[in-house]
Design a protein around this ligand. Structure first.
Ligand code: EUG
Length: 603
């Protein structure tokens, strides 16, 4: 317990000293967030002494010898064996050894070792080494996609290739073209700090997700989103440099033309547009990426509306769709349920309710009535961009449309205190990263979360159907329901984060069953996930089954051609290399929490 207290009280690492650190302007907030998280932690510190988990397909002695060989190439200090007790840490000091928010036993999604390449050549060396010994490797940039598996590998005992620690340079910021070129260890926090340091933060904006500690590359290749008009990160990238699973190095788009000067300004180049196969895949290791940055639009203004009833969701979506598609609503908006409004205040659920099952609606509404925003069921957060006369045209239209819903209220920002969540949304929508969103993790003690993230049209009937589905299944498992609709341009992502106590096996099992039901029933209605956690990848991939699974067969052909030895991130996004197929590696409801299959083809 003493090391636990020590961990809780230690200082949060900061930029620029640590590539993974918090920007100094967020340090106080991060330190308070950390205290809150460790206050709610009852899970005893893991003291389990352990041998490193060896991946299937290699003997322990051979594996240890192979690691020694890699240490000679990269330097022994850049090869770490994962043989110590697993440390969960928290968002800012997250582990690269396992899934700190695991819904399974924590020894399932666990690495055997972590290696830290420092250059393109070293990434190639790692890949060549993996092919020589047939050892699965799992690349991460920062590994901060918590809720989707974090840094953890899908195949137990994989060697994690932590790219972020030593490959974290901003290679270029171009203030004329509004672009940058980054390595995997550059976080949204770090990119924002770099713009400030160069005096460019008023000139151009980054686009950050809800929390800014993730890798720009990692989030983008996972097709994450942010909240300025540049919120579709994948659509905003231009140019990749990729190490292939067989060790070759390629540049995509204009990057393939020697001496080009348009790698970051024209994403397509000539011929097939290859970038797509390197997102949400296991076909290559992205080590450089170009990203566009947004010109300061000359003004910005956040707005927030609340709507009183659950039934307001459908008419609201019908109002949002045309406004969003025509860019009167300019950024990916969030329509959040009142339960989120309460949870993001950062207090544990036990503050409000100690009974079994979900916190009753009346309790949530009573709590909401006590907040500066007041009682409501749905809250819309958006931003208008441009100088005042441009904004006022859009805001007037939005106001008259939203007010068609009886009881709709525009919240006056000047009535909201500085630490209100609204101001976090305000910063994020103008490209200033934050850490506020983390607070709802405290809802459960030992709070962990996994997302259910289906895509739907921006339509009243789809929103209502998904809301009812989520409500029914959460009720079935006694879980609080946290829906947030993220409205893209012509579609929306519903994000349902299930928050659970990761020290409670029964609650973990309930959360996992609920997630499996959600994926299955949503698919039956025609909804698929835009992204998912390691534990759900096989199931979600299985829902994209049109024409007898033709897309997965195509992906498998690509996998076999590009990665004949099946060493790169086996099973990621449901894509299994040949030597794993037909051996029970897919995780389903029937796997009973085991992530491994029965061996690999020795050939
Ligand atoms: C959030 C948003 C996501 C996601 C996971 C979490 C946070 C919402 C839009 O994508 O995939 C508050």
């Amino acid at each position: 317990m003493s090391s636990f207290a020590e961990e809780a009280n230690s200082a949060v690492p900061t930029l620029p000293g640590s590539h993974s650190g918090i920007p100094p302007f967020l340090l106080d907030k991060a330190q308070r967030a950390k205290e809150g998280i460790f206050d709610g932690r009852t899970k005893p510190q893991n003291e389990r002494q352990r041998l490193p988990v060896v991946p299937q397909g290699i003997e322990r002695d051979d594996f240890v010898k192979a690691l020694g060989e890699l240490g000679e190439q990269l330097g022994a200090e850049h090869v770490e064996v994962n043989d110590k007790p697993l440390r969960d840490g928290w968002y800012m000091e997250h582990p690269n050894t396992h899934d700190m928010m695991t819904i399974l036993d924590e020894e399932e999604f666990v690495a055997s070792a972590i290696v830290y390449p420092g250059s393109t050549e070293e990434v190639q060396q790692v890949v060549n080494w993996a092919n020589k010994h047939r050892i699965p490797v799992f690349p991460i940039s920062m590994g901060r996609n918590l809720g989707y598996g974090g840094a953890a590998p899908r195949v137990r005992g994989s060697v994690t290739v932590d790219l972020g620690r030593r490959m974290n340079k901003i290679l270029d910021i171009n203030a004329e073209d509004y672009t940058c070129l980054v390595e995997p260890g550059v976080t949204f926090y770090a990119l924002y700090e770099a713009l400030k340091e160069r005096g460019l933060d008023e000139h151009m904006w980054i686009d950050t997700p809800d929390i800014g500690g993730g890798s720009v590359i990692g989030n983008t290749v996972d097709r994450g989103v942010g909240y300025t008009p540049y919120g579709d990160h994948w659509a905003c990238h231009s140019g990749l440099e990729v190490v292939l699973p067989t060790g070759e190095l390629i540049r995509t788009g204009m990057g393939a033309l020697p001496g080009n000067n348009t790698w970051q300004t024209f994403p397509y180049g000539f011929g097939p547009y290859s970038d797509g196969i390197f997102s949400q895949s296991n076909f290559g290791i992205v080590i450089k990426m170009g990203m566009t940055l947004m010109p300061n639009p000359g003004g910005h203004e956040s707005f927030m509306y609340t709507f009183p009833n659950e039934e307001d969701l459908a008419p609201l979506m019908e109002i949002i769709r045309p406004l969003r598609i025509s860019n009167i609503l300019e950024n990916a908006a969030q329509v959040r349920h009142v339960t989120q409004h309460i949870a993001v205040r950062g207090l544990p659920r036990s503050t409000f309710y100690s009974g079994p099952g979900p916190v009753p609606a009346s309790t949530i509404h009573a709590a909401a009535a006590q907040t500066p925003v007041g009682d409501h069921t749905w809250a819309y957060y958006g931003m208008a961009y441009g100088p005042p006369h441009i904004r006022s045209h859009k805001l007037t239209l939005i106001d008259s449309e939203f007010k068609r819903i009886p009881g709709a209220k525009r919240i006056d920002p000047s009535t909201l205190p500085a630490d209100e969540y609204f101001w976090s949304r305000d910063r994020i929508a103008r490209g200033v990263p934050d850490i506020h969103e983390l607070r709802w993790v405290n809802w459960a003690s030992n709070g962990a979360h996994i997302a259910f993230s289906p895509v739907s049209p921006i339509r009243g009937r789809d929103a209502s159907k998904l809301f009812a589905l989520g409500r029914r299944l959460h009720d079935r498992y006694g879980l609080d329901f946290f829906p947030a609709f993220i409205v893209g341009l012509r579609e929306m992502h519903l994000i349902v984060e299930i928050v659970f106590d990761r020290a409670d096996p029964e609650r973990k099992a309930a959360a996992l069953s609920c997630l499996r039901d959600l994926v299955e029933e949503a698919a039956r209605e025609g909804y698929g996930e835009y992204r998912t956690h390691l534990v759900l990848m096989d199931q979600v991939a299985g829902t994209y089954a049109w024409n007898d699974g033709a897309l997965m067969k195509f992906n498998q052909r690509l996998k076999d051609a590009l990665d004949p030895n099946g060493i790169l991130a086996p099973g990621r996004c449901g894509i299994w290399p040949k030597r794993y197929r037909g051996r029970g590696w897919e995780m389903t409801r029937e796997s009973e929490g085991r992530s491994e299959g029965n061996g690999v083809d020795p050939a």
